[in-house]
Design a protein around this ligand. Structure first.
Ligand code: ATP
Ligand code: PRP
Length: 229
């Protein structure tokens, strides 16, 4: 067995990935103890690996896996020039989340990126340093704001609980994933009207960097026949 597929190792993404493949005749299940990251597969000639969703882009890039399921946000963020490195085989229709720019709700005159740009210039003049945007999506946010013409800001790194940084005075604005919007609301933040950076979902990716032996190509063909790709 040589065709390697990595899927998220826990939580809803793992469950929904298993369900998605099961509905297409490829059975996946965790094996071993509850805590062991091992999995079995039937219905396809695959070696299944359970990996952290955020590490799957790196493994695709290194060519250590042939296929991987992860969020489109993570691939775009973590692989420079991602289109040269991976190919999107199938959007899977779950794991939906929007990467957005949000500001304090009390900033009543800031509703758009243009407003943010103006507020950032005012902020710098008033405080002597650039308005801080907390995020873990540095690449995506920098590209988005560059294209939008917003320049007078700095990114501060936040690897979790990003919505809390405004309250804790370590940032003035944030860029993070939202799905229900509950976390933003609870932290008195609002999304800018044109502040959608990326609409993410789980995607089955193919590595262009992996070693594709004839047997791997044949195995992929069989998988694609089942999933209708
Ligand atoms: N409500 C949500 N909150 C966070 N991520 C979400 C949400 N909905 C979908 N996602 C997606 O799930 C993926 C992240 O999954 P997860 O948090 O399991 O990854 P991870 O960072 O690898 O976790 P860990 O490092 O703890 O194993 C991203 O692609 C993200 O867009
Ligand atoms: O719009 P909502 O439905 O409220 O979901 C969005 C929240 O969920 C995620 O956090 P998660 O709990 O995964 O932890 P994190 O802060 O470590 O990312 C994300 O970072 C947001 O904080």
């Amino acid at each position: 067995m040589s065709l390697k597929l990595a899927v998220p190792s826990k939580g809803r993404l793992m469950e929904k990935t298993f369900d998605w493949f099961a509905a297409r005749g490829i059975g996946m299940r965790r094996s071993g103890s509850d805590r062991e990251y091992a999995a079995d597969v039937d219905g396809a000639d695959l070696e299944l690996l359970l990996l952290s969703a955020s590490e799957i882009p790196r493994e695709l890039q290194a060519g250590r896996i042939h296929l991987g399921v992860t969020g489109s946000d993570l691939v775009r963020e973590r692989i420079p020039g991602w289109e040269q490195v991976v190919r999107e085989l199938e959007p899977m229709g779950f794991g939906f989340a929007d990467l957005v720019i949000a500001v304090p709700r009390i900033w009543i005159d800031v509703d758009t990126l243009d407003d943010l740009d103006a507020a950032a210039a005012d902020f710098r003049a008033a405080h002597g340093f650039r308005l801080r945007i907390a995020t873990k999506y540095h690449r995506l946010v920098r590209e988005f704001l560059r294209d939008a013409g917003v320049a007078d800001y700095q990114l501060v790194d936040s690897q979790g609980a990003t919505e809390g940084t405004v309250k804790h005075l370590t940032a003035e604005a944030i860029a993070d994933i939202t799905s229900s919007g509950d976390t933003l609301r609870a932290n008195h933040l609002k999304v800018l009207e044109d502040g959608l950076v990326h609409r993410s979902q789980a995607i089955l990716f193919k590595s262009r960097k992996a070693d594709w032996q004839p047997a791997d190509r044949a195995a992929l063909k069989n998988v694609l026949a089942k999933i209708g790709g």
